[in-house]
Design a protein around this ligand. Sequence first.
Ligand code: LMR
Length: 351
Amino acid sequence: MIQGQAYGWFVISISVLMFLLGCSPRAIDYDQVGPNDKLIIRFSHVTGEETPKGLAAKRFKELVEAKSGGKIEVQVFPNSTLYSDKEELSALKRGDIQIIAPAISKVSSVVPEALLFDLPYLFHDQDDVWKLADGPVGDEINILLEKQGYKMLAVWDNGFKQITNNKHPIHHPDDFKDLSFRIMPSRVLARQFDSVGATSLVLPFNELYQALERGQVDGEENTVSNIYSKKLYVTQKYMTKSDHGYLGYFVLTQKEFWESIPQESRVILEEVLADVTEWERNLALEIDKTEYAYLKERKNLELYELTEEEKKQWRSAFYPTYEWFVSQIHDDLIKVYIKEIFEEDFASKDK
Ligand code: LMR
């Protein structure tokens, strides 16, 4: 009898423990996902819900759940509520979450070739980005990602980065001297600031606002949508519309997980992703315009738009970043791509 009671308490304690554990993310045993089971996909990201990435994640959830008749459930965790950008790649690899959409710069920690996308003034506009991302270079990066256990499902957009800071207006490359900037973890971004005499500090996105507010760094570079949605403009006196660098996202999953999904469900996910990707790219362009108009109206933010001539000066000043990148990258396809840029564009016009 006593033994029976003890066993009863044991079962209750275990159930309570399991209930509590159920509130936190657990790894999924993919071998156990059968064709009739409900598939749960946890999608973790770091931006606000009203950003291009946040809205696309929500739309992905809605469309997948509708199209699968509820057989697939997508749980979206925005604003670094589950994992910060420092943690999300390893959480995905462990299988604690199933989709993330980190800025491409952050993916460079697992596939350095992704640094290509960080090169300042590499792209004139989004069409240039899509030519690269949706073409052979994107495929090549996906192969490299797969070797690391990831799989790239799509490339989403957040537009071009601008510079904000708290010390003085930045018009010319010399104005960067001795200022400090928060960057995403990317060796190209570190070189970019280095080449104009500034220092840089890697900080996760969810620590950025406070770092600016406390003056841990003088400034940062980000897209209009991120400056707007995280209210970074409140902490900054100056903004330069430079469009100097690109910020897009690799929508990533874990390769093993993806391959374990029953064919029928995988097709649904792929079809919805294709639709959402097209929608997200258009939305990002729109949001960039609307929120830029809002920032222009802010009285406490002094905004300056670089002229085409000034952009050329910046591009030349950033030139050492390209040289460094070429010296580091050994992938043949990317080397050929960057060599063409050197020959056709950089070397002839700007150097
Ligand atoms: C940043 O860290 O500044 C951005 O990558 C955040 C994001 O995901 O857009």
